[in-house]
Each structure stands twice: as C-alpha cells, then as structure tokens.
Design a protein. Structure first.
Length: 477
C-alpha cells in the first residue's frame, strides 16, 4: 500500500471492512429498510451558512460525553504552483505549531491536558483537521481552532522544524521503500501539466525552499471562510452556535473569488513502462486506469465496478485467489479526486507466473464485465456492501464529523444520502458502459522489477514444470 500512500500521501483510507456475501437477496433489491438509518440521522443534522460563506453542520448526540469537530478546507496539492509543491501538506504541519493567541506548542499542550484526540490530513483536493474533546471543552476548542486557522504564527524556527519533519516523512514513506519513488513519478507523469501532476508531499527542493513569507501568502490565498466546512457531532451544549459565531463569524471573506477547477480531460491510452530497483525483493506489476472524479455522473458506477473487480472480499480478483492462484498478493486503493480518478491494482506473481500472464488475467476479468451484464443479485450485493460501509460511519462520531465536513457541493442538502441515491440507481448497463469507456484498451502498466539475479531466477522458475516451481516457492516462503 505504500505506493498509493506516497502518490496521494494521505489517502482516503484503506479498504474498509465489509459484510460477508449475502446468502439471499431479492432481485428487486429493495434496500429501503437498510438505508433508513442514513435518512433518520440526516434529518437531525442542522445546517447553516455564515455570512462569510463558512458552512456549518451540527449533529447532537445526547448520550455522548464528547464532541468531535472536523474542519475541511478546499485546498490541497492541486492549488500549488510551480516551485511550491508540498505547501498544502507543510502548512498543515504548521497549524499545530502556534497561532497568534496560542503560541508555540500551546495548542497541542492544551489538547493533551483536555485528553483530546487530534490529527489532520492533506490530499490533492483538501486539507482537513479533526479532534475529539470532552463536551465541556467545546468553547475553548472552537476558539483554538479559529485562532490557528485565522492567525497562524509562522516563524523561521518552526518552519525549519517542520521542514525537517516533512522531509523525514518523505524519506520513510517514499525514498526508503523499494519501487515507490520511481513508480510515483511514472504515475504522476501520466497527468503531467495538470493540477494533479505532482505528489501531495511535494518535492524535496520545494519543501526546503519554503519560508514563513511564502507560507503566509499561501495561507492568505487559500485559508478563507468560504472554503471551509465545519462539522460538530456529539453532546452539543445549547450555546454551540453562539460559540461558533463568536469564533468564526468575524472572519472576513476575501474579495477575490475562489479558484475554480474543471474536470481533467485525459487522452487515455495503453501505456507500458518498467522500473528496476536494486532493493526490490520480488517483481510485481502495477496496473492503472484513468477514470472520473467524485463530481462526475459516472462516479457511482465506477465505485461499484472497482469493488466488483478488485476491492470486495468477493471481487473477481479475489475469486481467482480461491484455488491455485497466479498471484501471491493483490491490492487496490483507488485515488478519488474531485476532478479525476485513478483505479489501480498491484499484483505480486507466483514463482511460476509471468507479469504478462497476470496482466492478461486482469484484462479477461474486465472483458467479462464489458461483454456480459452483471447478474441482478450480484449488483444488489455490491450495493448492500457499499451501504453497509456507509452505515458504519454512524457508529463513529469522529468519522461522521469528517464525512459531513467533506460534503460535495452538489450534496449540501443531503450529505449522507445523496451519494447512496446515486449508488442505488446504478444499473448493470451502467457498469458495462463505464467498463467499456474507462477500462477497455486503456490500461497503464508498470513492471516493478528487482535486481537482475532475482529476475533471472524468476525467469527460470517460470520455465520449470508447475509442480516443481510450486514446491520451490513453498520451500522459500
């Protein structure tokens, strides 16, 4: 998983746990009862927009002793200009290192004293900050959040300190891992010249060159109330809205309009490359396909298709692993940006299996979806697995707050159910259509190759009789 963690740096998360395959599903696929908790919870969400454009969602949970707060800003690596790659992520680090009225480590010290839990993440499209605190600490916590978002204190010492932290992160997650740096550069080259054409963590040179002045300019341009969604979930006091207003309502909305971005238009075609890494322990093949962003009308069908092909426990690729598989390991973590998407699959071969064979196997799986509509029962199963994952967020106030703060613009009036409605409307014909449009003959392939002596030994094993190769593999493993 390190490869896709590196490209996106903070990914949308690993594949969530799912329910076991259903044993009996009506072909009508009426999931109204199962989806009811989403609608019931959504009705309890209070939504308002401050005069400065800041969006606020609150959800009261009376039997909770804590409150989860999530703030998401529409700023990520896509907003970075040449020479400033990595600024969104570096600035995220800086917001834990002091503000005008809470200098130095006051924020982290206060949160620790409150037994609060806090963290943040940066992606191509957004940066989010989230914390869970005891309910009596809400007023202070909102004040601290507003102070660091509005008045960060960037000093040469703290910038240098966090540059070191980011560079260490980069070394640990990218440069010290086999294949990752070169594979990341290969993937990003496929969208070079677009806002998604560089890694979220940025380049070493740009991170080192950052100054308090350049980071302050980044803050003034992108950290603005009309680019923020604030969500609170938990035991909310009666004064919650007053405290929100006291902390955030005076934040002035800039006169300049927010920077808009359009969907990427990619001339997707088959590409085949290879990289050699002397640290590589074994060969693997990375397969990727350009798809559509979360704003696209095709996003729902693509989500179900990715699950059907590669992600669910009952996916087509997992079924090939049930009996004498050609791969030792497979994993898929799609990159879902607002204006573009990348479906991906990494396969590690058995000793007897070539990378060409693994690639051909995957193309056959995709071809089967394109040619033959998925049975109604399996489509319903896909929808129920998706719904089960969505329902699981209701069990975690922190995850729920983050989900609400990440609401897509088109879903503002239905932050929990709009996406489900689109998923529920997907047909078997939709899966065939997106498979044909995004996957057929448009595969990006990258062979991840170890040193020559491992490759030579692997080639010999591929030529040996199947039983002999399997026995040798088992003795090594």
């Amino acid at each position: 998983m390190g490869l896709f963690f590196a490209v996106g740096f903070i990914s949308n998360g690993a594949i969530a746990a799912e329910q076991q395959p259903l044993t009996a599903i009506e072909h009508s696929c009426d999931l109204t009862t199962q989806a009811a908790p989403l609608y019931q919870t959504e009705k309890r969400i209070q939504y308002r927009q401050l005069s400065n454009g800041l969006q606020v969602r609150t959800l009261a949970i009376a039997d909770s002793s804590s409150i989860s707060i999530a703030s998401q800003f529409d700023v990520g690596s896509r907003n970075e200009i040449k020479g400033q790659t990595g600024y969104a992520h570096l600035f995220e680090h800086m917001l834990f290192k002091g503000s005008q009225h809470a200098p130095g480590d006051r924020y982290t010290q206060t949160m620790s004293e409150l037994s609060g839990q806090f963290n943040a993440s940066t992606f191509f499209d957004f940066t989010n900050y989230y914390l869970t605190i005891p309910a009596p600490a809400l007023e202070l916590s909102l004040w601290l959040e507003a102070d660091r978002f509005r008045y960060p204190a960037l000093t040469p010492a703290t910038v240098a300190n966090q540059q070191g932290a980011v560079l260490e992160e980069m070394a640990t997650s990218i440069d010290n891992q086999p294949y990752v740096r070169k594979a990341m550069e290969f993937l990003l080259a496929q969208v070079q010249g677009t806002p998604y054409g560089h890694a979220v963590i940025g380049s070493i040179a740009d991170v080192k060159a950052a100054t308090p002045e350049s980071l302050n300019q980044f803050h003034q341009r992108f950290y603005r109330p009309d680019a923020m969604q604030l969500s609170l979930v938990g035991n909310l006091p009666a004064n919650t809205n007053t405290w929100i207003d006291n902390s955030f309502a005076s934040w002035q909305q800039p006169l300049a309009a927010k920077v808009a971005m359009s969907d990427l238009i990619i001339d997707a075609k088959a590409v085949h490359g290879e990289i050699v890494d002397e640290r590589g322990p074994w060969p693997a093949v990375l397969l990727a396909w350009h798809t559509a962003g979360t704003d696209s009308p095709d996003a729902a069908a693509l989500a179900l298709l990715e699950a059907y092909l590669f992600q669910n426990k009952s996916s087509l690729i997992e079924r090939t692993s049930l009996s004498d598989p050609d791969q030792l390991l497979s994993y898929s973590i799609p990159l879902k940006m607002q204006h573009h998407g990348v479906t991906n699959l990494v396969l590690v071969p058995r000793a007897r299996t070539s990378l060409d064979t693994l690639t051909e196997n995957v193309e056959k799986l995709i071809g089967s979806v394109t040619v033959e509509p998925i049975p109604a029962q399996q489509l319903c199963q896909l929808k129920q697995i998706w719904l089960d994952k969505k329902l699981s967020i209701l069990d975690s106030p922190s995850v729920l707050a983050r989900t609400l703060s990440a609401t897509l613009p088109q879903d503002s009036s239905a932050p929990l159910t709009a996406q489900w409605q689109r998923i529920n409307a997907v047909t078997a014909a939709d899966l065939q259509r997106v498979s044909e449009h995004y996957f057929k003959h448009k595969r990006v392939r990258l062979d991840l190759l170890p040193p020559w002596h491992i490759r030579a030994a692997k080639t010999i094993l591929e030529w040996l009789p199947k039983g002999t190769a399997d026995d040798l593999e088992e003795s090594v493993m």
